[in-house]
Design a protein around this ligand. Sequence first.
Ligand SMILES: [Zn+2]
Length: 221
Amino acid sequence: MKPIIFCDFDGTITETDNIVSLMTHFVPEQSEKIAKAMMAQTISFKDGITAMFELLSTNQKDDIIQYLLETAVIREGFREFVHYAQEHNIPFYIVSGGVDFFIQPMLEKFGPFSGVYCNSADFSGEQITIVYLNSCDAQCAKFTTQSCGCCKPTVMRKVTQPDHFKIVIGDSISDFEAAKQADLVLAREQLLDHCKDLQVPYEPFNTFYDCLETVKKLIEV
Ligand SMILES: [Zn+2]
């Protein structure tokens, strides 16, 4: 068995969603309106993220990074889980709808990873502009609208080999499409409920120690 791991960042590696956390701290009122529209699905996830970051000045970059480094909590067992994957040569990809300028500094001490796929930010103007580098391929259900932002199933198709056993780890709506492509889903919260309806094998988890036990069992078979 050749496992390959695709792990979400916000709400999975970190205990809470970093975009929600930073927006609530820096631009609570304006961002809340956008968040509500996203939840009501009157705007796409991608357009919502773009609009929220436009509320922030590029001068705030360092304050945002500092704030997240001080407040975000990395889920228990992450270091050990990553270490186990490295020791066993299991490819480990981070696939996130978050943004590189805060993900990279938060992950720095845990790597190296096989790859970190997320959105990018442009600081050349007055406001922060999000750049979407991982758009939907033709096989994604959202190809015509390109509304995934960072398209997780597209990333998976790009790096997976035919004999790989695909493990998707996540917690939310942004992981639903990726979960459909998985051989095994390790799920929390919304993704866990969703997996119960999907025809894919899944296991719930709370900490990365749970994920570690699951992967251990898989490769020992
Ligand atoms: Zn897509």
